[in-house]
Design a protein around this ligand. Structure first.
Ligand SMILES: NC(=O)c1ccc[n+]([C@@H]2O[C@H](COP(=O)([O-])OP(=O)(O)OC[C@H]3O[C@@H](n4cnc5c(N)ncnc54)[C@H](OP(=O)(O)O)[C@@H]3O)[C@@H](O)[C@H]2O)c1
Length: 347
Protein backbone atom coordinates (compact mmCIF):
# COMPACT_ATOMS: atom_id res chain seq x y z
CA UNK A 1 0.00 0.00 0.00
CA UNK A 2 1.62 3.35 -0.93
CA UNK A 3 2.22 5.74 1.93
CA UNK A 4 -0.21 8.65 2.13
CA UNK A 5 0.78 11.47 4.45
CA UNK A 6 -2.81 11.72 5.65
CA UNK A 7 -2.96 8.05 6.57
CA UNK A 8 -1.37 6.22 9.43
CA UNK A 9 -0.79 2.60 8.45
CA UNK A 10 -0.37 0.29 11.42
CA UNK A 11 0.23 -3.40 11.78
CA UNK A 12 -1.68 -4.89 14.68
CA UNK A 13 -1.57 -8.26 16.37
CA UNK A 14 -4.62 -9.98 14.87
CA UNK A 15 -4.32 -13.19 16.91
CA UNK A 16 -1.81 -14.96 19.12
CA UNK A 17 0.34 -17.55 17.33
CA UNK A 18 0.48 -21.17 18.38
CA UNK A 19 4.01 -22.21 17.41
CA UNK A 20 5.60 -20.29 14.54
CA UNK A 21 3.74 -17.07 13.67
CA UNK A 22 2.20 -16.72 10.23
CA UNK A 23 0.66 -13.89 8.20
CA UNK A 24 -2.77 -14.44 9.77
CA UNK A 25 -1.43 -13.26 13.14
CA UNK A 26 -0.96 -9.75 11.75
CA UNK A 27 -3.36 -7.22 10.18
CA UNK A 28 -2.59 -4.00 8.31
CA UNK A 29 -4.96 -1.17 9.20
CA UNK A 30 -5.21 2.49 8.23
CA UNK A 31 -6.28 5.37 10.40
CA UNK A 32 -5.91 9.12 10.76
CA UNK A 33 -2.60 10.72 11.53
CA UNK A 34 -2.90 12.00 15.12
CA UNK A 35 -2.44 15.68 15.99
CA UNK A 36 -0.02 16.59 18.79
CA UNK A 37 -1.45 18.47 21.78
CA UNK A 38 0.56 20.90 23.90
CA UNK A 39 3.73 19.16 25.12
CA UNK A 40 3.53 16.47 22.44
CA UNK A 41 5.35 15.61 19.20
CA UNK A 42 4.22 13.85 16.07
CA UNK A 43 6.87 11.35 15.00
CA UNK A 44 7.15 9.81 11.55
CA UNK A 45 8.73 6.37 11.51
CA UNK A 46 11.65 6.07 9.13
CA UNK A 47 13.31 2.84 10.35
CA UNK A 48 11.64 0.06 12.28
CA UNK A 49 13.68 -2.53 14.18
CA UNK A 50 12.50 -6.14 14.05
CA UNK A 51 13.83 -8.24 16.92
CA UNK A 52 13.32 -11.81 18.16
CA UNK A 53 11.92 -10.63 21.53
CA UNK A 54 8.75 -9.56 19.69
CA UNK A 55 7.79 -13.23 19.39
CA UNK A 56 7.49 -13.27 23.20
CA UNK A 57 5.30 -10.16 23.16
CA UNK A 58 2.86 -11.91 20.81
CA UNK A 59 2.26 -14.53 23.47
CA UNK A 60 0.37 -14.03 26.71
CA UNK A 61 2.63 -16.39 28.66
CA UNK A 62 4.05 -14.73 31.81
CA UNK A 63 7.07 -12.60 31.00
CA UNK A 64 9.08 -9.62 32.23
CA UNK A 65 6.80 -7.19 30.36
CA UNK A 66 3.09 -7.37 29.44
CA UNK A 67 2.25 -8.81 26.01
CA UNK A 68 0.91 -6.81 23.07
CA UNK A 69 -2.88 -6.91 23.31
CA UNK A 70 -4.80 -8.45 20.42
CA UNK A 71 -5.87 -5.69 17.98
CA UNK A 72 -3.12 -3.38 19.30
CA UNK A 73 -0.22 -2.15 17.22
CA UNK A 74 2.91 -4.30 17.44
CA UNK A 75 5.54 -2.60 19.60
CA UNK A 76 9.05 -1.84 18.31
CA UNK A 77 12.04 0.41 18.59
CA UNK A 78 12.14 2.94 15.76
CA UNK A 79 14.18 5.76 14.34
CA UNK A 80 11.85 8.63 13.55
CA UNK A 81 11.78 12.21 12.36
CA UNK A 82 9.90 14.86 14.29
CA UNK A 83 7.11 15.88 11.92
CA UNK A 84 5.35 18.41 14.18
CA UNK A 85 6.32 19.67 17.61
CA UNK A 86 4.41 21.23 20.47
CA UNK A 87 7.32 20.35 22.76
CA UNK A 88 9.96 22.92 23.74
CA UNK A 89 12.90 20.48 23.38
CA UNK A 90 12.20 19.28 19.83
CA UNK A 91 11.97 20.88 16.39
CA UNK A 92 10.50 19.47 13.18
CA UNK A 93 13.28 17.61 11.39
CA UNK A 94 14.98 16.32 14.55
CA UNK A 95 15.90 12.63 14.49
CA UNK A 96 15.06 10.49 17.51
CA UNK A 97 15.11 6.89 18.67
CA UNK A 98 11.58 6.16 19.82
CA UNK A 99 9.14 3.34 20.40
CA UNK A 100 6.62 4.05 17.63
CA UNK A 101 5.89 0.40 16.97
CA UNK A 102 4.88 -1.02 13.60
CA UNK A 103 3.21 2.12 12.25
CA UNK A 104 3.89 5.23 10.19
CA UNK A 105 3.18 7.86 12.85
CA UNK A 106 3.06 8.07 16.64
CA UNK A 107 2.59 10.73 19.27
CA UNK A 108 5.15 11.20 22.03
CA UNK A 109 5.41 13.40 25.09
CA UNK A 110 9.21 13.25 24.84
CA UNK A 111 9.69 10.66 27.56
CA UNK A 112 12.09 7.89 26.60
CA UNK A 113 13.19 9.61 23.38
CA UNK A 114 16.87 9.69 22.47
CA UNK A 115 17.78 12.58 20.19
CA UNK A 116 20.32 11.70 17.49
CA UNK A 117 23.14 14.08 16.70
CA UNK A 118 26.68 13.95 15.38
CA UNK A 119 28.19 11.13 13.31
CA UNK A 120 25.33 8.65 13.89
CA UNK A 121 23.20 10.84 11.61
CA UNK A 122 25.24 9.50 8.68
CA UNK A 123 23.56 6.11 9.36
CA UNK A 124 20.50 6.82 11.54
CA UNK A 125 19.38 3.17 11.42
CA UNK A 126 22.55 2.16 13.26
CA UNK A 127 20.90 3.65 16.35
CA UNK A 128 18.75 0.50 16.32
CA UNK A 129 21.73 -1.82 15.85
CA UNK A 130 25.40 -1.43 16.54
CA UNK A 131 24.81 1.90 18.35
CA UNK A 132 21.46 0.87 19.78
CA UNK A 133 19.69 -1.90 21.64
CA UNK A 134 21.39 -4.87 19.99
CA UNK A 135 24.92 -3.44 20.20
CA UNK A 136 24.24 -2.50 23.82
CA UNK A 137 23.13 -6.09 24.51
CA UNK A 138 26.28 -7.52 22.98
CA UNK A 139 28.51 -5.06 24.84
CA UNK A 140 27.03 -5.48 28.33
CA UNK A 141 26.36 -9.20 28.09
CA UNK A 142 29.85 -10.01 26.91
CA UNK A 143 31.87 -7.53 28.95
CA UNK A 144 29.92 -7.30 32.20
CA UNK A 145 28.81 -10.92 32.51
CA UNK A 146 31.14 -12.81 30.18
CA UNK A 147 34.26 -10.88 31.28
CA UNK A 148 36.46 -12.27 28.49
CA UNK A 149 40.22 -12.26 29.08
CA UNK A 150 42.89 -12.18 26.37
CA UNK A 151 43.70 -15.68 25.18
CA UNK A 152 40.39 -17.18 26.30
CA UNK A 153 37.98 -18.93 23.95
CA UNK A 154 34.62 -17.28 23.33
CA UNK A 155 31.80 -19.04 21.47
CA UNK A 156 28.75 -17.24 20.11
CA UNK A 157 25.75 -18.47 18.11
CA UNK A 158 23.62 -16.51 15.60
CA UNK A 159 27.11 -15.26 14.78
CA UNK A 160 26.26 -12.96 11.88
CA UNK A 161 23.13 -11.52 13.52
CA UNK A 162 22.66 -8.19 15.21
CA UNK A 163 23.95 -9.26 18.63
CA UNK A 164 26.26 -12.16 17.78
CA UNK A 165 28.28 -10.29 15.16
CA UNK A 166 29.12 -7.58 17.70
CA UNK A 167 29.82 -10.05 20.52
CA UNK A 168 32.42 -11.84 18.41
CA UNK A 169 34.08 -8.65 17.23
CA UNK A 170 34.35 -7.23 20.75
CA UNK A 171 35.82 -10.54 21.88
CA UNK A 172 38.44 -10.21 19.12
CA UNK A 173 39.22 -6.66 20.26
CA UNK A 174 39.79 -8.15 23.73
CA UNK A 175 42.29 -10.66 22.31
CA UNK A 176 40.15 -13.80 22.51
CA UNK A 177 39.96 -16.87 20.29
CA UNK A 178 36.46 -16.55 18.79
CA UNK A 179 34.36 -19.37 17.39
CA UNK A 180 31.02 -18.43 15.86
CA UNK A 181 28.14 -20.72 15.01
CA UNK A 182 25.78 -19.71 12.21
CA UNK A 183 23.20 -21.14 9.86
CA UNK A 184 24.86 -21.72 6.49
CA UNK A 185 28.15 -21.61 4.61
CA UNK A 186 27.70 -18.06 3.35
CA UNK A 187 27.11 -16.71 6.86
CA UNK A 188 30.11 -18.66 8.18
CA UNK A 189 32.40 -17.39 5.43
CA UNK A 190 31.31 -13.85 6.23
CA UNK A 191 31.99 -14.36 9.96
CA UNK A 192 35.52 -15.54 9.24
CA UNK A 193 36.49 -13.29 6.33
CA UNK A 194 34.69 -10.05 7.18
CA UNK A 195 33.99 -10.12 10.92
CA UNK A 196 37.40 -11.66 11.67
CA UNK A 197 36.24 -14.62 13.77
CA UNK A 198 38.84 -17.38 14.00
CA UNK A 199 36.32 -20.01 12.93
CA UNK A 200 32.61 -20.24 12.23
CA UNK A 201 30.71 -23.52 12.22
CA UNK A 202 27.55 -24.19 10.25
CA UNK A 203 24.93 -25.60 12.62
CA UNK A 204 22.91 -27.04 9.73
CA UNK A 205 25.71 -29.55 9.09
CA UNK A 206 26.02 -32.81 11.02
CA UNK A 207 28.53 -33.33 13.82
CA UNK A 208 28.43 -29.90 15.47
CA UNK A 209 29.68 -31.22 18.84
CA UNK A 210 32.67 -32.94 17.28
CA UNK A 211 33.58 -29.94 15.11
CA UNK A 212 33.20 -27.55 18.03
CA UNK A 213 35.53 -29.63 20.18
CA UNK A 214 38.10 -29.65 17.33
CA UNK A 215 38.02 -25.86 16.99
CA UNK A 216 38.05 -25.22 20.74
CA UNK A 217 41.11 -27.32 21.69
CA UNK A 218 41.48 -25.47 25.01
CA UNK A 219 37.79 -25.70 25.92
CA UNK A 220 35.34 -22.78 26.13
CA UNK A 221 35.69 -19.98 28.66
CA UNK A 222 32.75 -17.79 27.61
CA UNK A 223 29.65 -19.00 25.83
CA UNK A 224 27.37 -16.13 24.85
CA UNK A 225 23.99 -17.88 24.77
CA UNK A 226 21.58 -16.55 22.15
CA UNK A 227 20.07 -19.73 20.80
CA UNK A 228 19.75 -22.65 23.23
CA UNK A 229 18.80 -25.95 21.58
CA UNK A 230 21.40 -28.19 20.02
CA UNK A 231 24.07 -25.48 20.12
CA UNK A 232 23.92 -25.37 23.92
CA UNK A 233 24.06 -29.18 23.99
CA UNK A 234 27.29 -29.08 21.99
CA UNK A 235 28.82 -26.30 24.09
CA UNK A 236 28.12 -27.52 27.64
CA UNK A 237 30.58 -30.47 27.75
CA UNK A 238 33.36 -28.17 26.50
CA UNK A 239 32.92 -25.44 29.12
CA UNK A 240 36.06 -24.87 31.19
CA UNK A 241 36.07 -24.55 34.97
CA UNK A 242 35.03 -21.05 36.03
CA UNK A 243 33.47 -20.51 32.61
CA UNK A 244 30.84 -17.79 32.11
CA UNK A 245 27.56 -18.07 30.22
CA UNK A 246 25.67 -14.80 29.71
CA UNK A 247 22.16 -16.01 28.82
CA UNK A 248 20.92 -13.46 26.33
CA UNK A 249 18.32 -15.37 24.32
CA UNK A 250 16.98 -18.81 23.43
CA UNK A 251 15.71 -18.31 19.92
CA UNK A 252 15.68 -22.03 19.11
CA UNK A 253 12.77 -22.34 21.56
CA UNK A 254 10.74 -19.20 20.83
CA UNK A 255 8.24 -21.02 18.61
CA UNK A 256 8.08 -24.16 20.75
CA UNK A 257 4.69 -25.24 22.02
CA UNK A 258 5.95 -27.91 24.42
CA UNK A 259 9.21 -28.81 26.18
CA UNK A 260 11.66 -30.72 23.96
CA UNK A 261 11.18 -34.47 24.06
CA UNK A 262 14.02 -36.81 25.02
CA UNK A 263 16.01 -37.46 28.17
CA UNK A 264 15.84 -34.99 31.06
CA UNK A 265 19.02 -32.88 30.73
CA UNK A 266 18.58 -30.92 33.93
CA UNK A 267 20.79 -33.17 36.13
CA UNK A 268 23.59 -32.92 33.55
CA UNK A 269 23.30 -29.14 33.48
CA UNK A 270 23.25 -28.77 37.27
CA UNK A 271 26.17 -31.12 37.66
CA UNK A 272 28.23 -29.16 35.09
CA UNK A 273 27.39 -25.86 36.82
CA UNK A 274 28.49 -27.30 40.16
CA UNK A 275 31.60 -29.24 39.17
CA UNK A 276 32.92 -26.59 36.83
CA UNK A 277 31.73 -23.69 39.00
CA UNK A 278 30.11 -22.08 35.95
CA UNK A 279 28.53 -18.66 36.19
CA UNK A 280 25.26 -18.70 34.26
CA UNK A 281 23.47 -15.35 34.28
CA UNK A 282 20.43 -14.23 32.37
CA UNK A 283 19.95 -10.56 31.59
CA UNK A 284 17.42 -8.25 29.95
CA UNK A 285 19.23 -5.26 28.55
CA UNK A 286 16.44 -2.74 29.10
CA UNK A 287 15.88 -3.79 32.71
CA UNK A 288 19.42 -4.47 33.89
CA UNK A 289 21.66 -1.92 32.18
CA UNK A 290 19.66 1.20 31.28
CA UNK A 291 21.97 3.34 33.44
CA UNK A 292 25.04 2.27 31.44
CA UNK A 293 23.82 3.26 27.97
CA UNK A 294 26.03 6.37 27.77
CA UNK A 295 29.15 4.35 28.63
CA UNK A 296 28.28 1.85 25.89
CA UNK A 297 27.41 4.52 23.33
CA UNK A 298 30.68 6.40 23.81
CA UNK A 299 32.84 3.30 23.59
CA UNK A 300 30.99 1.75 20.67
CA UNK A 301 30.99 5.07 18.79
CA UNK A 302 34.80 5.14 19.14
CA UNK A 303 35.13 1.59 17.83
CA UNK A 304 32.81 2.34 14.92
CA UNK A 305 34.60 5.60 14.09
CA UNK A 306 37.94 3.79 14.25
CA UNK A 307 36.74 1.01 11.91
CA UNK A 308 37.31 -1.56 14.65
CA UNK A 309 33.90 -3.10 13.96
CA UNK A 310 31.92 -4.09 10.88
CA UNK A 311 28.14 -3.88 10.99
CA UNK A 312 25.78 -5.45 8.48
CA UNK A 313 22.11 -4.57 8.10
CA UNK A 314 19.42 -6.54 6.34
CA UNK A 315 17.14 -3.70 5.20
CA UNK A 316 13.68 -4.42 3.81
CA UNK A 317 11.55 -1.68 2.25
CA UNK A 318 7.92 -1.12 3.23
CA UNK A 319 5.94 -1.43 6.44
CA UNK A 320 3.66 -4.01 4.86
CA UNK A 321 6.66 -6.35 4.50
CA UNK A 322 7.29 -6.34 8.27
CA UNK A 323 5.29 -9.49 9.12
CA UNK A 324 6.91 -11.69 6.48
CA UNK A 325 10.36 -10.34 7.36
CA UNK A 326 9.78 -10.97 11.06
CA UNK A 327 8.62 -14.54 10.42
CA UNK A 328 11.70 -15.11 8.25
CA UNK A 329 14.03 -13.78 10.94
CA UNK A 330 12.84 -16.45 13.36
CA UNK A 331 13.76 -19.02 10.68
CA UNK A 332 17.26 -17.59 10.11
CA UNK A 333 16.46 -15.96 6.76
CA UNK A 334 17.99 -12.63 7.77
CA UNK A 335 21.65 -11.87 7.19
CA UNK A 336 22.48 -9.04 9.61
CA UNK A 337 20.40 -6.66 11.74
CA UNK A 338 16.83 -6.62 10.46
CA UNK A 339 15.54 -3.15 9.67
CA UNK A 340 12.38 -2.13 7.85
CA UNK A 341 12.66 1.15 5.98
CA UNK A 342 9.16 2.55 6.48
CA UNK A 343 9.63 5.94 4.86
CA UNK A 344 12.17 8.09 3.07
CA UNK A 345 14.69 9.84 5.26
CA UNK A 346 14.04 13.43 4.16
CA UNK A 347 12.22 15.53 6.75
N1 LIG B 1 18.45 -10.37 26.74
C1 LIG B 1 18.26 -9.28 26.00
O1 LIG B 1 18.06 -8.16 26.52
C2 LIG B 1 18.30 -9.40 24.50
C3 LIG B 1 18.37 -8.25 23.68
C4 LIG B 1 18.48 -8.42 22.29
C5 LIG B 1 18.49 -9.70 21.74
N2 LIG B 1 18.37 -10.78 22.57
C6 LIG B 1 18.41 -12.15 22.04
O2 LIG B 1 19.61 -12.33 21.31
C7 LIG B 1 19.42 -13.32 20.30
C8 LIG B 1 19.88 -12.76 18.96
O3 LIG B 1 19.05 -11.64 18.62
P1 LIG B 1 19.39 -10.74 17.37
O4 LIG B 1 18.55 -9.53 17.45
O5 LIG B 1 20.86 -10.59 17.23
O6 LIG B 1 18.84 -11.64 16.16
P2 LIG B 1 19.62 -12.09 14.87
O7 LIG B 1 20.76 -12.94 15.32
O8 LIG B 1 19.93 -10.90 14.05
O9 LIG B 1 18.54 -12.96 14.09
C9 LIG B 1 18.08 -14.16 14.61
C10 LIG B 1 19.02 -15.34 14.20
O10 LIG B 1 18.83 -16.41 15.10
C11 LIG B 1 19.29 -17.58 14.49
N3 LIG B 1 18.38 -18.70 14.76
C12 LIG B 1 17.07 -18.78 14.51
N4 LIG B 1 16.60 -19.98 14.87
C13 LIG B 1 17.64 -20.68 15.35
C14 LIG B 1 17.79 -21.98 15.86
N5 LIG B 1 16.77 -22.84 15.96
N6 LIG B 1 19.04 -22.40 16.26
C15 LIG B 1 20.09 -21.55 16.15
N7 LIG B 1 20.01 -20.29 15.68
C16 LIG B 1 18.79 -19.87 15.28
C17 LIG B 1 19.35 -17.31 12.99
O11 LIG B 1 20.71 -17.20 12.62
P3 LIG B 1 21.49 -18.43 11.93
O12 LIG B 1 20.92 -18.56 10.56
O13 LIG B 1 22.89 -18.00 11.97
O14 LIG B 1 21.22 -19.64 12.76
C18 LIG B 1 18.69 -15.95 12.86
O15 LIG B 1 19.21 -15.22 11.77
C19 LIG B 1 17.93 -13.68 20.36
O16 LIG B 1 17.79 -14.84 21.13
C20 LIG B 1 17.30 -12.50 21.07
O17 LIG B 1 16.10 -12.82 21.71
C21 LIG B 1 18.28 -10.64 23.92
Amino acid sequence: MPQDKQTNRRIVLASRPHGAPDASNFRLESGHVPTPAAGQLLLRTVYLSLDPYMRGRMSDAPSYVPPVAVNEVMGAGTVAIVEQSQHPDYQPGDWVVSQNGWQDFALSDGRGLFKLSGPVLKHPSWALGVLGMTGFTAYMGLLDIGQPQAGETVVVGAATGAVGSIVGQIAKIKGCHVVGIAGGEEKCRYAEEVLGFDTCLNHHEEGLAERLSRYCPDGIDVYFESTGGKIFDAVLPLMNSKGRIPVCGLIADYNSTAPASGPNKLPLLQSAILRKRLRVQGFIISLDYADRFAEFFNKMSQWVAGDRLVFREDVVDGLDNAPETFIGMLEGKNFGKVIVRVAGDKP
